[in-house]
Design a protein around this ligand. Structure first.
Ligand code: SF4
Length: 435
């Protein structure tokens, strides 16, 4: 009975860091006892890695949990990750859930499963105290083999008033650079052209080891096997000139910055307990554009934070409108249990939060179009992905424009020099290969 391999499926919600961690956790399952299958298939065990960044994220997690329970009532259901960390008891009461593991405990999943062969009467719950957690578990994921998300940092020491991430993931910590370099060497021996540097607050890298983020970048750059390095989001106060200069000089670090601005009103930034003013953001965008004229610059914005008046919102709107930003990610404010903002007065009605989100989404489309037009007739390097859709193969430029080209054999997974010729009806850029 026990020599049959158990089928295990993984389902991930949330950020790139979660995807990296799911991948890593899946590698901990010994191949002689477990077979990995896709979450659409029948499995003996479903592992759901959850997110709790918004109430919408919580809802999606509960929905996913219920979906797997309904589809396969006799399978073991393990719920892990951020939402489990903060709401372990609640999740454990959902009938059909067998295992609930928090942020640090999730890495012990295999040993728990080895002892659990059958549906539990009551869920096993382990979501230990994360506040004092010092251990750093490195992780990486490589969905399609062109890009790998590598986790270099975890946790956050900031206490933004709306954010639940420090509660779920604990204090800022990272692995020593030497370990990360070893890991990248291991992964890239399989041939991975692009590395995406991922973490909760990557600009904070080095605090726990007395090293620096730029030193990390320098050492990754020196690895011959790595062709492209992409940065994920960096806090405005941590996006130092040195980083911008490095990106400008480097042929490997992609000219693409993602900055969590959140609001263009200093009043709201202060209430959010962010660590910069709108002025700093303006100067960052100007510096980036001066150093790298075609750099991609993305920004995150939260609409309808408590206290945000029409006037405050308009400040955000006109700030973005006046700057060469290439795209926005807009989120309506969502109250999270355990965060200070939840107790703030002057709540903005959900309809208004959504209206403002819509306005900014429209603005984002306009800015994005301006950015695309600005790039026509310029030359870029594209990393073509493995996916082919409607006989087109696509990939990203360094500055994060999606381009497409009629499928040709041999393009997949390669970096090609292209001339951007226009914008296709799909919204992606059309290109000509040049050599
Ligand atoms: S910097 Fe602020 S928003 Fe980002 S994870 Fe830390 S506390 Fe949350």
């Amino acid at each position: 009975m026990h020599h049959k391999k158990r089928k295990v499926a993984f389902y991930t919600l949330g950020c790139k860091l979660n995807f990296a961690e799911t991948s890593y956790i899946s590698t901990l399952f010994p191949e002689d006892r477990y077979t990995k299958v896709s979450p659409d298939q029948q499995a003996d065990i479903y592992v759901i890695n959850t997110c709790t960044v918004t109430s919408e994220a919580d809802r999606k997690c509960r929905q996913a949990i219920r979906k797997f329970i309904n589809r396969s009532p006799s399978s073991i259901i393990a719920v892990i990750g951020c939402y489990s960390q903060l709401r372990a008891k609640e999740i454990a009461t959902i009938p059909g859930v067998d295992i609930v593991l928090g942020t640090k405990d999730k890495f012990n999943l295999v040993s728990l499963l080895d002892r659990t062969n059958r549906k539990a009467q009551t869920a096993i719950t382990e979501a230990g105290n994360i506040e004092e957690e010092k251990e750093f578990i490195p992780s990486w994921s490589s969905g399609d083999r062109t890009r790998t998300f590598i986790k270099v940092q975890d946790g956050c020491d900031y206490r933004c008033a709306y954010c639940t991430v420090p509660l779920a993931r604990g204090r800022s910590r990272n692995a020593p650079i030497s370990n990360i370099i070893e890991e990248i060497k291991n992964i890239s021996s399989g041939g991975v052209p692009e590395i995406v540097i991922t973490g909760v607050n990557i600009g904070d890298f080095g605090k726990s080891t007395g090293e620096s983020f730029t030193e990390l970048l320098r050492q990754i750059e020196n690895l011959e096997e790595i062709k492209r390095i992409r940065l994920s989001s960096i806090e405005p106060d941590l996006l130092k000139d040195e980083i911008i200069e490095m990106v400008a000089k480097s042929s490997k670090i992609m000219p693409h910055f993602h900055i969590p601005l959140q609001s263009g009103s200093d009043k709201i930034l202060r209430l959010m307990r962010r660590r910069y003013t709108a002025r700093l953001f303006i100067s960052l965008v100007e510096k980036i554009r001066r150093a790298i004229p075609l750099a991609g610059i993305g920004a995150d914005i939260i609409t309808g934070f408590p206290g945000e008046t029409e006037e405050d919102f308009n400040e955000t709107f006109s700030l973005i409108d006046s700057l060469p930003v290439s795209y926005l990610h807009v989120f309506p404010y969502s109250e999270r249990p355990g965060t200070p903002a939840r107790e703030f007065k002057d709540k903005v009605k959900p309809e208004v939060r959504n209206e403002r989100r819509k306005k900014l989404t429209e603005l984002s489309k306009k800015k994005n179009m301006e950015f695309k037009l600005m790039n026509i007739n310029s030359i870029h390097e594209v990393l073509f992905e493995n996916r082919v859709k409607n006989r087109m193969i696509s990939g990203f430029t360094g500055n994060y424009l999606r381009v497409e080209h009629p499928f040709e054999k041999g393009l997949q997974g390669t970096i090609q020099k292209v001339l951007i010729t226009g914008i296709n009806p799909s919204g992606n850029m059309s290109v000509k290969l040049i050599d």
